[in-house]
Design a protein around this ligand. Sequence first.
Ligand code: GDP
Ligand code: MG
Length: 441
Amino acid sequence: LSGRLSGVIDGLGKRGALSEADVAEAMREVRLAMLDADVALPVVKDFVNKVREGAVGHEVLDSISPGQAVAKIVNDALIDALGGAGAVPLNLNAVPPAPILMVGLQGSGKTTTSGKIALRLSTREKKKVLLASLDTQRPAAQLQLQQLAERAGVMSLPIVAGQAPLEIAARAMDTGRREGFDVVILDTAGRLSIDEALMEEVRQIRAATSPVETLLVVDAMTGQDAVNTAKIFNEAVGVTGVVMTRMDGDARGGAALSMRAITGAPIKLTGSGEKLDALEEFHPERVAGRILGLGDIAGLVEKAADTLDHEEGERLAKKMMAGKFDLDDYVSQIKQIKKMGSISGILGMLPGMGKLKDAIGDKDLDTTIFKRHEAIISSMTKAERKTPDIIKASRKKRIAAGSGTTVQDVNKLLKQFDDMSTMMKRINKLGMKGLMRQGLS
Ligand code: GDP
Ligand code: MG
């Protein structure tokens, strides 16, 4: 289907202002792509109508084709509808302990996500986190959370048999206050389908604990039902953020758009696996590409042209292709990437980026890593930067001390650089097209 969409878009050959017919044809395909990605029908209709209005008569610059122009308009609108560029962080602005309430249907991933958030907050933000399971529906649920807490290295509320969810919530907040926790994550029970008793329970817990975040956890595979779930939870308890789980699956993520459209709440995090570290910030631009099954090459070109120093880019590309890329070049590349936004953002604009991203193994590369890498490399000698292989134990110690990092950090950088070199050799061998084909197949 994405092929068909690209076909239509490529077919828009004329220059000048976009005609109604051009746009209508492209929009038909966009509509199908979105339905195929499981965006709920009313959300699709709304989106397509809005974009159609905005696109007709749009002047097309000489430097890009009308097809690219439509692609860009659609992609921009989709990113916008998904919450705009950039991730929205969790809100922890409360007198500690900040309560986070996890809600959603059974099996959506609430308990797992509770563990993931606990791990993230405790390791990245050094928060003292208490996990509490209010799930008295399933016998093993409280035990499941306790085990996750152990794996995440955080505390969980001791299990007391026979307590009702509301009592457990009160005990959790009380423990949180008395023992100086920063965050208390309240994991609630779910049902297979929404019922009034469940909603009432969640409402009461909410009223008793005043959470800073009420996170609706939704399985990305949830298709058209997503709207209903989101509506009911939002009306009953007021969702402040959404977590989309199972983004590692085949789902194209259409539910994300539905969620956002219905609740108005940002998608804050995505789950991409069963492991506790499989939690990522939500990147609207990536999901937009995934929903459309089409990357925004026009946007990439535009962004690149604005900010990239072409000569530097070409110089680096040549060195990469020649296999002569060294740590100095890496720093130069970091600087360019910083100008362009994140690598993830850039990959998000390429077609098939999802799998390509997996092929490259790109995690959330945030700028702190880049800053650290720059610091480490600037503590190296010229020879070390040219030939990283000579960096053995004693040099690593010196570099770590000089850059205010650890030997482990230095090792990580060297490992990453090594992986990158290997990747470049692969690109070299296959060519970028070949690599993408491999990534896509
Ligand atoms: P809950 O009923 O909402 O608490 O759901 P659970 O947290 O118990 O998760 C149900 C199942 O989904 C478990 O087997 C989890 O390991 C799995 N799961 C949760 N999040 C993800 C995810 O992001 N990706 C994948 N592949 N599995 C997940
Ligand atoms: Mg659970």
